[in-house]
Design a protein around this ligand. Structure first.
Ligand SMILES: *Cc1c(COP(=O)(O)O)cnc(C)c1O
Length: 325
């Protein structure tokens, strides 16, 4: 995955040492990225298995994901779609869009479309509009979900014009990706206000990242700061098993402990669902005491929504870069 960071996001770092700054850690590669563990994968959530057309992933009954673009304004070092992101796959082509629309018209159970990538808001307004128009023609009642880190890494991109354009599409939900309270700046808050003022709800998906936000106080400030900026914490994800991301992952036990703390300190509105995308294509499940059956020979046994047991490694929290199997 390429290195790339916006001037703005870079300026939020207080040090350029990724081991000592929660912002720098998210954009400066560390040696841990070279360590690929046997249970890690280039496709940790099994996008390929659920591909209904090139760049259309239909995994869950009523919603589908479209990878509209492979570019980002900043490449997150913890990215789980790192084999697609920045891969020079490029933008969705006209013929790919046609094929996606054809498949969508045959699957009326799909009510919600997630636009992601890469970052969809890296596309020029006009190109994004062409895509939204084509999809609206298939079904004028689609619920849209724009998955974007642009408000965090390039808030100036959320112009009045872009917000006007996005706000014209029925139910347009914005899902952004804030991991640390220092990412909640006046620029971020202004970008969110532009979206909210056009009637678009904004949600947040954070990833639990070791050394970035695996701390009671940091997560508490993050969730409360999001509410203040009018963003609803939606998910807190356990790290996916993407190749070279071991140094970012915490144990699930630690995640459960952190959630317990948040529940004891924050408004219900501020509580995200702690979730993991089950390795092997099992889908997303919330993590709470009930889904964690135990640890057997170094592996968590986790109960999927289908009642099956899925395995996830118990890695502990020591800060060695791999070597552990
Ligand atoms: C995560 C995801 C969704 C959305 O899941 P929600 O639980 O509704 O947020 C949809 N499609 C794919 C392929 C996903 O990975």
């Amino acid at each position: 995955m390429p290195y790339g960071v916006s001037q703005y996001y870079k300026s939020l770092a207080r040090s350029q040492d990724p081991d000592n700054d929660p912002i720098a850690a998210q954009f400066i590669p560390r040696p841990g990225e070279q360590v690929l563990l046997p249970y890690e994968s280039g496709d940790p959530i099994s996008d390929k298995q659920y591909e209904a057309a090139p760049r259309l992933i239909h995994h869950y009954h009523d919603r589908a994901l479209i990878l509209v673009n492979d570019r980002c304004a900043t490449y997150c070092r913890h990215c789980f779609r790192r084999h697609f992101t920045g891969s020079s796959t490029g933008r969705l082509t006209g013929s790919q869009l046609e094929e996606i629309c054809r498949v969508l018209s045959q699957r009326p159970q799909i009510q919600e479309l997630l636009l992601s990538g890469g970052d969809p808001l890296m596309l020029p307004d006009g190109e994004l509009q062409v895509i939204l128009e084509a999809l609206t023609e298939v079904n004028p009642d689609y619920i849209f979900r724009m998955a974007t880190r642009i408000p965090v890494v390039m808030p100036g991109r959320i112009t009045e014009e872009l917000a006007d354009m996005l706000g014209r599409y029925g139910a347009m939900w914005i899902v952004t990706h804030v991991n640390h309270p220092r990412e909640i700046t006046p620029e971020f808050t202004r970008a969110i206000d532009r979206l909210v003022s056009r009637g678009m709800p904004v949600l947040n998906q954070a990833v639990l990242l070791r050394g970035v936000n695996d701390d009671e106080g940091v997560l508490e400030d993050l969730m409360r700061g999001l509410l203040r900026a009018k963003v609803k914490p939606y998910y807190l994800f356990q790290g996916d098993l993407a190749g070279g991301t071991r140094h970012f992952r915490t144990s699930i036990f630690r995640g459960l402990e952190l959630m317990k703390h948040l529940r004891s300190r924050l408004s219900g509105m501020a509580i995200p669902t702690y979730a993991v995308d089950l390795p092997g294509g099992g889908g997303k499940i919330p993590l709470h005491e009930g889904t964690v059956l135990g640890v057997f020979e170094g592996w968590y046994h986790l109960q999927g929504p289908d009642g099956q047991v899925y395995r996830y490694p118990h890695e502990g929290d020591e800060s060695s870069f791999g070597g552990e199997t």
